[in-house]
Design a binder for this molecule. Structure first.
Ligand code: AHR
Length: 349
């Protein structure tokens, strides 16, 4: 046995060393795990329910949100596209609640029908931030705050431009025969823009002949415009509730042999629209085919980020946060419009 003692000593030394090292390895592994847990714990989890992908505006809006809510910026994002269906968005919100996200960001497809699911979010103590369109809920405490555009103001700017331009040309208001290609019905953008035109038509004495939805898409607007051209032979203004619709309407007008532009006294059809995001539409505006565009700014990612940061700091941001927006036209006759006491310069598209 004696002769084996030095060997045993060496074996015990090795075992002892391994145990020591093993202990170190375990603790460093745990530290690594701890670190990653720590990292995940410090990320703010956001569930974002986007309503769909109907327009270039929407794509730019989604891009802005995805570029903002990154791990580098301190977020873990769960993104769901609602494909234009409120039911999908409600399911997404319920999933976010189950996942116990820190914040729910909702870009709602329409205004009505959100009360139950937003109550569920409130019961789960998850703050909801609305972005772009709003929800119509009698209990405003169902959401923390909203950020987006003043859609009716956009409409007031466009209609003020139409009024300034046409009166400047000496056109009697009753000679404006207008059709409205509306957005998808029932959301804040459509409601504000439709109301803005209806009020202007009533106040100025324009002939508003039809209001039909083009679903904010080029294809549907082309169909709607084709049908309107069959129904009316005196259309001289087409009010499109977004740029994609304007592109579709222009395609239908030109295919029907109509000239598109501001000079309605010479038989052109004036097209106006909203957004200022789609490059083709901006080019049309530079050529004068779209006479006037009220900007609708889609870059809400950093704005929602700022709202979350404020809530994280224990601040209560303003309930309604409006984005400043411009108005574009390349037609030099009108240099500015004044709406609700504020003057907006007309900017080059
Ligand atoms: O809610 C914003 C509107 O929705 C944009 O003007 C339109 O293009 C979009 O689809």
């Amino acid at each position: 046995m004696k002769k084996y003692l030095p060997l045993l000593a060496v074996v015990f030394l090795i075992i002892g060393f391994m145990i020591g090292c093993g202990g170190n390895y375990v603790s460093s592994d745990e530290a690594a795990v701890d670190n990653s847990t720590e990292k995940a714990d410090t990320l703010i989890t956001v569930g974002f329910s986007q309503l769909g992908a109907e327009s270039d505006w929407r794509s730019a809006n989604t891009d802005s949100m995805l570029a903002t809510f990154t791990e580098e910026n301190g977020y873990s994002l769960v993104y769901k596209n609602g494909q234009q269906k409120q039911a999908n968005q409600i399911t997404a919100i319920r999933t976010f609640i189950q996942q116990d996200v820190d914040y729910i960001v909702l870009a709602p497809a329409n205004e009505e029908g959100w009360e139950s699911v937003l109550s569920e979010a409130r019961d789960a103590h998850i703050p909801v931030i609305l972005v772009d369109r709003r929800v119509n809920a009698s209990d405003k405490n169902l959401y923390s705050c909203w950020v987006g555009s003043d859609f009716e103001l956009e409409a007031k700017k466009v209609t003020a431009w139409i009024n300034a331009y046409t009166t400047g040309c000496g056109i009697d208001p009753s000679e404006l025969h207008i059709v409205n290609i509306q957005g998808t019905i029932g959301n804040t953008a459509q409601i504000g823009r439709t109301r803005g035109l209806a009020n202007a038509a009533r106040d100025y004495g324009w002939d508003l002949m039809a209001e039909i939805s083009g679903d904010f898409t080029e294809a549907k607007a082309r169909e709607v415009m084709e049908a309107l051209l069959k129904r009316f032979d005196n259309i001289n203004v087409v009010y499109c509730e977004n740029d994609n619709e304007a592109i579709g309407a222009i395609s239908a007008l030109e295919s029907a042999g109509r000239r598109v532009g501001p000079n309605i006294q010479k038989g052109e059809v004036m097209v106006v629209s909203f957004d200022g995001v789609n490059q083709e539409a901006l080019n049309y505006a530079r050529e004068g085919k779209i006479s006037c565009i009220a900007e609708c700014n889609p870059l809400h990612g950093p704005r929602v980020d700022a709202l979350i940061k404020a809530l994280e700091n224990g601040e209560q941001p303003d309930k309604f946060n409006y984005v400043d927006e411009k108005i574009y036209s390349s037609i030099p006759d009108v240099t500015d419009v004044t709406v609700d006491g504020k003057t907006y310069p007309i900017e080059k598209p």
